[in-house]
Design a binder for this molecule. Structure first.
Ligand SMILES: NC(=O)C1=CN([C@@H]2O[C@H](COP(=O)(O)OP(=O)(O)OC[C@H]3O[C@@H](n4cnc5c(N)ncnc54)[C@H](OP(=O)(O)O)[C@@H]3O)[C@@H](O)[C@H]2O)C=CC1
Length: 257
């Protein structure tokens, strides 16, 4: 079985380790980098297949697949001087760090695959976008809910920008609950109702043969109150502002750093 190593053991690595290890029949051997010792030690204690290594090079040496899950600013400090031989596979989850840059930094001939895992890989509940298609990376993310290879780097960056809207979506739900609370509904009841409302709505996303805009239309009566909020709040100016924010992020992701 392929051995997996994590350089950077923060939130997203934790989710991947849990998804690979929790309640699975055949959990792969996992090596964890030692920094963020509390999270690494917690994972190693919970999962017998996971071990904390003494340094990042040891993680690489004990792995067939090396996950790079660092904050962008830490990449030079963490990766300079690491030796990764050509038969290993590198999976990079740092947004906006192109394969060419990583290859120069690491001085390696190993294949480099970029990936956008979401925290729900913890429950093996989301598909991970990868670029380029690569059988080892695909098999890895199949263990975590599935892999979705995209044909080019632009498509990868576009979907990376789209996946950066999740906290905005959740903050929007929070704003609805807060508005209800300001208008007299106890906060707990408002939170509970908003959660239940959108959990129900999100289930309708499972109808994959239906376009998203058709699902939206089904939740709206012509002349009704859903239409009123959409057209008065999510109006042209608001839709255009969203497009501008995404365009700006995409330009940043596409620019070499
Ligand atoms: N969280 C998410 O949902 C997603 C995140 N990403 C991307 O993945 C990357 C990691 O994100 P996330 O897990 O949230 O970030 P975290 O900050 O939670 O984790 C990054 C980890 O890297 C560690 N680190 C820093 N320097 C080194 C080093 N020299 N050697 C080894 N480890 C080091 C940090 O340790 P310390 O805390 O001690 O500094 C920290 O634990 C980011 O680039 C992010 O944009 C991608 C998809 C989804």
């Amino acid at each position: 079985m392929e051995r997996i190593g994590f350089i950077g053991v923060g939130e997203i690595s934790k989710a991947m380790v849990e998804g690979l290890s929790d309640g699975t029949q055949e959990a792969p051997p996992i090596s964890l980098s030692p920094r963020n010792a509390a999270t690494a030690a917690d994972l190693a204690e919970r999962f017998p297949n996971a071990l904390v290594r003494k340094d990042n090079q040891e993680v690489v040496d004990h792995s067939d697949i090396v996950l790079i899950a660092l904050r962008r600013a830490d990449r030079h400090d963490a990766l300079a001087g690491l030796r990764i031989s050509a038969e290993k596979t590198i999976v990079n989850v740092i947004p906006g760090v192109a394969a060419d840059e990583l290859r120069r930094l690491l001085g390696t001939d190993a294949p480099i695959v970029a990936a956008i895992p979401l925290p729900t890989v913890r429950e093996r509940g989301s598909v991970t976008v990868i670029y380029p298609a690569h059988p080892v990376a695909e098999a890895f993310f199949d263990r975590l809910g599935g892999a979705q290879p995209v044909p080019d780097e632009t498509a990868y960056n576009v979907l990376s920008a789209v996946s950066s809207t999740v906290s905005t979506y959740l903050a929007y739900l929070g704003a609805l609950a807060d508005w209800a609370a300001r208008n007299g509904v106890p906060q707990e009841a408002a939170d509970r109702y908003v959660r239940s409302l959108f959990q129900g709505v999100n289930r309708s996303l499972g109808e994959e043969s239906k376009p998203l805009q058709a699902i939206a239309a089904e939740h709206e009566t012509p002349g009704g109150s859903n239409e009123r909020i959409r057209t008065t709040w999510f109006d042209q100016a608001n839709g255009a502002a969203l497009g501008t924010a995404l365009d700006g992020l995409l330009a940043d992701l596409e620019q070499p750093h």
